[in-house]
Write a protein that binds this ligand. Structure first.
Ligand code: AMP
Length: 215
């Protein structure tokens, strides 16, 4: 199964991708995670990307196109993959199309998580994750047992640098300008599956699996 997950920041792409990883035994390719790893490792790419990410801007197309191109060639992507957070611009979508042609592959579907932007700000400002094991929490919807501590390993919970309200609003504006046009792009290609991303997590899962006809 070769899938793209489309939706604004906080729409639940990462959560749904985790479910699809288990269901289909295929890797999740999150450009946001790959870039954050590069930033914390202070690689040349990470150093270049950090300023854009902290400001809520998109990292230049050629940087992300390059990392996805390399990643798709790896052996674990042979039977499928879930792209989470890529493509985010029309040029990225065009580059993906070319990469897949080179690899003799085609997308099966693009899942668009439809959400109400205002409630996303609440979702994002409450997001926390464990600095040690990476487990995610939400201060309101999935709070940890003890304030600021991970339930699994007692590690310290952290907030992403770009989950501050001002940066979130910037990321939403960027989504509208640069990423939302991809809904039409993929609708015209006959690949778009739109699901109600405001429903309960399990109901969103069901909608996706039914649309893929594998529930
Ligand atoms: P995410 O974790 O997907 O919300 O991504 C966090 C940040 O990484 C974004 O706000 C961008 O700065 C950068 N980023 C992730 N994916 C892309 C992409 N496909 N194109 C450009 N920038 C990206």
């Amino acid at each position: 199964m070769k899938l793209v997950l489309l939706g604004p920041p906080g729409a639940g792409k990462g959560t749904q991708a985790a479910m699809l990883v288990k269901k289909f035994a295929i890797p999740q390719i999150s450009t946001g995670d790959m870039l954050r790893t590069a930033v914390s490792g202070q690689t040349p790419m990470g150093i270049k990307a950090k300023g854009y990410m902290d400001a809520g801007d998109l990292v230049p197309d050629e940087v992300v196109v390059g990392i996805v191109r390399e990643r798709l060639q790896q052996v674990d992507c042979a039977t499928g993959f879930i792209l989470d957070g890529f493509p985010r611009t029309v040029p990225q979508a065009d580059a993906l199309k070319l990469n897949l042609v080179e690899l003799s592959k085609e997308l099966d579907a693009v899942i668009s998580l439809d959400v109400d932007i205002d409630s996303l700000v609440e979702r994002l400002t409450g997001r926390r994750s464990c600095g040690d094991c990476g487990k995610g929490f939400h201060l309101k919807f999935d709070p940890p047992g003890a304030d600021g501590k991970c339930d699994v390993c007692s590690g310290e919970l952290k907030q992403r640098a770009d989950d501050q309200e001002e940066t979130i609003r910037k990321r939403m504006a960027v989504y509208h300008q640069q990423t939302a046009p991809l809904e039409d792009y993929y609708r015209q290609a006959g690949l778009l599956i739109a699901v109600d991303g405001m429903a309960e997590i399990t109901s969103v899962q069901q909608q996706i699996l039914m649309a893929l006809q594998v529930a």
